[in-house]
Design a protein around this ligand. Sequence first.
Ligand SMILES: Cc1ncc(COP(=O)(O)O)c(C=O)c1O
Length: 382
Amino acid sequence: MREVIPLSIPVISGNEWAYVKECLDSGWVSFGSYVDRFEDDFKKYVGSKYAVALVNGTSALHLSLITLGAEPEDEVLVPSLTFIATVNVVRYCSASPVFIDCDSDTLCINPKRVEEFLEKETELKSDGYSYNKKTGKRIKVLIVVHMYGHPADMDSLVRISKKYNISLVEDATESLGSEYRGKKTGCFGDVACFSFNANKIITTGGGGMLVTDNEAIAKRVKYLSQQAKSDSIEYTHDDIGYNYRLTNIQSAIGVAQLEKIEEFVSIKRKNFEAYKELLDDLPNVKLLSEMEWAKSNYWLYTLKVSAEKREPLMAYLNSSGIQVRPVWKPIHTHQMYQGFQKGPLKNSMNAYETGINIPCSTNLKGDEVKAVAGKIREFLKK
Ligand SMILES: Cc1ncc(COP(=O)(O)O)c(C=O)c1O
């Protein structure tokens, strides 16, 4: 058993070395065929028509908003309970976020709260868009995060986005391999974004993927990610582009990692069941589990305890060599986001005040799961 049980670390145990060696031996380190192969394998796995490999999940979210036409006078509906990148990209476009609460079971954006905001706070104008009655701004995009791997309620969210003519982005950075009613996350929005940061279920060191069924969006994302260069020889650029493309070396790692995704999902799910069995009988502790319509990749396992126990339990576990972390701090509480409009955010605050994420790496061993559960029990019995 490890001295420190990490929260979430990568497992590099397949063809990564062989594929990277090929890149290094051939000199194809930046551009190369692994980029195409990663994109092809990825779109087949997720079930989308197009995939564009990008430098990280944040750049994928940024290019989503640009290609969907989020402009400075627009508003974007976002969950407050998410990682900060989901919301920062809204500000990269000089648009404004509107913060919506989450569902207390899934921690994903609550469709009822989204619809409530649109019904009460907006009015439909003759251009076919809904405008915020208070700010006069157009509601252009809804970003949905599949929180910690658990899919959001996509039937409701797709229906609402259609009804109000709002583009839908899935922030699927945490949910590769998860399914909503038998279909992979990433197949529901106008676009979806994935992350291959080192703590994610598969990694390329750093990396991202944008998937879509819309050919024009895919082409534009590819073009913008390569400095918007419009001639293969001449340095002619028709737009302000970005250097957001993923390298061949990183894509080679991605191809090898993706070969293992089903194994990784199955390990995550097995370890979740083991935690559940060991913790289920504890009063005042809730391990968040999937809804009957969902298959979660269980990227992170979230435990809810009472607000008074959350800090001391985290301190106890961290000092016992068990790396745990709090649930994301709701974005509306950060100083740069306090001035933006928000609905009631009770569930988001409660998740933050009571939630702890516990070790979940795909190389977590049975005795380590027992040790983590044992320490949690030990603390809560005191
Ligand atoms: C919900 C969410 N959105 C966006 C990101 C950003 O992805 P990246 O770190 O690859 O830029 C992450 C993860 O880091 C995330 O968890």
